[in-house]
Design a protein around this ligand. Structure first.
Ligand code: URA
Length: 207
């Protein structure tokens, strides 16, 4: 399942982020704001349960999010740019990290860091990476989450290429993808076009 978050504020903020004249500090601030709005969409249908509370006017069975606290998993390093804003909207979330690099010889993703919350099999796990480009690292990260026991996974990104969506769909058809935009294509270097450039470099001011 693919959900494109076409909310006007998301689209407006994304357009400013795409502009190459937008400086690092503003890019980071916009990413924080946009990630709050994306968090709102990716959690829209979480199951609720009625909990007995007392309002100042009397008793009420009030809807609250059911089940174990969800896990946000950042795919390093750019995924970290989405974390802070999401945690503002979902403060009790547990947080994990997956770090992968591409072996220059085999071109296969190799894990260099993995730190995940416990009981992943009982949580909704939301994996975050701003760019779903070739899909290679995102698919490999989801492989790791499944190996660690995760059963209920969603993937959240800011921008996606059609190639990445197809790759994710064929490797992990059970993982719904949420994005603010599906761009036209990948270029020969695996960058999304028109995209926004290198998300990590733009948010951390590197290069
Ligand atoms: N990663 C990025 O940061 N940008 C792209 O366009 C593709 C992958």
């Amino acid at each position: 399942m693919l959900t494109i978050v076409d909310h006007a504020l998301v689209q407006h903020k994304l357009s400013i982020m795409r502009d190459k004249a937008t400086p690092t500090a503003q890019f980071r601030q916009l990413l924080r704001e946009i990630s709050q709005l994306l968090a709102y969409e990716v959690t829209r249908d979480l199951p609720l349960e009625a909990v007995a509370i007392e309002t100042p006017m009397g008793p009420m069975d009030a809807p609250m999010v059911a089940g174990k606290k969800l896990a946000l998993v950042s795919i390093l390093r750019a995924g970290n740019g989405l974390l802070d804003g999401m945690l503002e909207v979902i403060p009790p979330a547990r947080v994990g990290f997956v770090g992968l690099y591409r072996d220059e010889k085999t071109l296969e993703p190799v894990e260099y860091y993995l730190n995940l919350p416990d009981a992943l099999d009982e949580r909704l796990v939301i994996a975050v990476d701003p760019m779903l480009a070739t899909g290679n690292s995102s698919v490999a990260a989801i492989d790791k989450l499944k190996q660690a026991g995760a059963k209920n996974i969603r993937f959240l990104c800011l921008l996606a290429a059609p190639e990445g969506i197809e790759r994710m769909k064929s490797a992990h058809p059970d993982v719904p993808v949420y994005t603010a935009s599906v761009d036209k294509q990948l270029n020969d270097n695996g960058y999304i076009v028109p995209g926004l450039g290198d998300a990590g470099d733009r948010m951390f001011g590197t290069k």
